[in-house]
Design a binder for this molecule. Structure first.
Ligand SMILES: [Cu+2]
Length: 495
């Protein structure tokens, strides 16, 4: 633990002296990569031939730091779940629950009907299983899966009930992009976690945490602390998934090399888009190509969470360290090994992704959706004196249907916030971001999306292609999990 504090301390000097002109080499940022272990990918569960998927929610123990085993939960393992590779066509899933408490599996980013969506109306009790017979029909993308029981999503995802999905069409070689899992195609599930001084995983939610969302000072990648990624000398694909409860990252390379954005939530863009930084909120995914052809190491950094500025941090245990974290911190160092096989040396010109163009379609309704930090009511949630959060003045109620929309129609949703930035996620749809605070969407908000940061007013065009009944409606909610659990969520039917 002392080592980590030291690293953050070094970062402080750089941040203070350099005023956001980041360190020019990893060493300036205090990263000694020889002290880090090689990053592992989650196990790969390839369903493309079998068309079968079995997941079991189970208890386990995980030692994130030496001699400190924490109680965790996972799918098919102790913490987190496998990376599931799927292709279009049938997929017979069976999800079993060996935990004493109910779980669901929400396929975040798969376009499936409400009865297969795994929302809070589809709990699996201890000893039971759920067998959705799904049809996958969508563009290749990186998706996410996690439990979604109302009121305990935050604590259960934090303890490990989450994993990644690759929707694959077998054509990445034709696109000219890396696709060797764990070699030149890295899946990076980014989560921040708190640990006690003895190195045990901790989720003790203060009133302040509940308000701002639970952020922490230790970054885990695929459930591992203090790792380095070893990559070939060439083009490397990074699939970034923000699996944190609340932290919004803004990633950049410490040497300012361009990051080439190739995909957002719903799949590929038309062409690679060079960017200097990538903002990613909980539930969002993005894919980058990074050129390691010069053989130089690079450290991926993030600047601080916009919701956890110095004011919001003061009440926290690590006070001053958190101030440092709110400026910048190391996410993952990359080290080049030129003995590894290099398959791609150049960026593709075109990706020919299926980009949205809903502007020409008839808009059948315009809805105002306001994400409210205080609905004034004090419901059944365990927040003590704290008021519930909500949408349009109402806290989530499983028994109340908030909206009904028409199957196959397009609506404009005007989503607004008045306090903090909130990642807004809609189940069962892909949407197009029309504008953000009246301006052009940021690069990470282009393409088909299902989650977008709203900090002010964001206008979306949403197309409803999947049905959802009153018994199994779709959710729309803030993906800061502490906000969602406190009621910043609504539900809708599509028919
Ligand atoms: Cu929120």
């Amino acid at each position: 633990m002392n080592r980590r504090n030291f690293l953050l301390g070094t970062g402080a000097l750089v941040a203070a002296g350099g005023a956001f002109a980041w360190a020019t080499s990893p060493n300036d940022f205090g990263v000694d990569t020889s002290q880090r272990v090689a990053l592992k990918m989650p196990p790969l569960l390839d369903t493309r031939e079998s068309r079968k998927l079995e997941l079991t929610a189970q208890e386990g123990e995980t030692s994130f730091f030496e001699n400190a085993a924490s109680k965790t939960i996972g799918f098919n393992q102790n913490y987190l779940g496998p990376t599931i590779k799927v292709k279009n066509g049938p997929l017979g899933a069976k999800v079993s629950n060996q935990l004493q408490t109910p779980v669901t599996v929400h396929w975040h980013g798969l376009l499936v009907p409400g009865e297969h969506d795994g929302g809070p109306h589809l709990p699996i009790a201890f000893g039971n299983n759920w067998q959705p017979d799904m049809q996958i029909q969508q563009s290749p993308a990186t998706a996410f899966y996690h439990t979604h029981i109302h009121g305990r999503t935050a604590s259960d995802v934090y303890a490990g009930l989450a994993g990644i999905i690759h929707v694959d069409d077998g054509r990445d070689d034709d696109r000219g992009i890396p696709n060797s899992y764990g070699v030149d195609d890295l899946t990076l599930l980014i989560q921040d976690r708190r640990f006690t001084d003895s190195g045990h995983l901790s989720y003790n939610l203060s009133m302040m945490d509940a308000m701002h969302g639970f952020t922490a000072d230790t970054v885990l990648v695929n459930g591992q602390a203090n790792t380095r990624a070893v990559v070939p000398k060439g083009i490397v694909r990074l699939r970034l998934i923000n699996g944190s409860n609340a932290r919004i990252y803004t990633f950049s390379a410490d040497d300012n090399r361009p990051l080439h954005l190739i995909a957002t939530d719903g799949g590929f863009l038309q062409e690679p888009k060079p960017i200097q930084e990538l903002r990613l909120s909980p539930g969002e995914r993005a894919e980058l190509l990074v050129d390691f052809g010069n053989g130089e190491s690079m450290t991926m950094l993030s600047s601080g969470d916009p919701n956890s500025g110095p004011g919001g941090m003061m009440g926290r245990v690590r006070g001053m360290l958190d101030l440092v974290v709110s400026r910048s911190f190391v996410v993952l160092p990359f080290v080049v090994d030129d003995r590894m096989p290099t398959r791609f040396n150049a960026l593709p010109d075109r990706l020919n992704g299926d980009e949205p163009d809903l502007e020409g379609e008839e808009i059948v309704a315009t809805r105002q959706i306001s994400l409210d930090m205080n609905t004034g009511s004090s419901g059944m949630m365990g927040g003590g004196m704290m008021s519930n959060m909500g949408i349009n003045g109402r806290s989530f109620d499983m028994s109340r249907m908030d909206l009904g929309v028409g199957l196959g129609t397009v609506e404009k949703w005007v989503v607004s916030t008045s306090m903090l930035a909130h990642p807004f996620h809609v189940h069962g749809v892909a949407f197009q971001v029309l504008n953000e605070n009246s301006g052009e969407p940021k690069p990470e908000s282009i393409g088909w999306k299902d989650t977008v940061v709203v900090d002010g007013v964001t206008e979306l065009l949403v197309k409803f292609n999947m049905p959802a009944s009153r018994d199994n409606p779709f959710m729309y909610h803030c993906h800061i999990l502490e906000h969602e659990d406190r009621g910043m969520m609504g539900q809708f039917t599509v028919a």
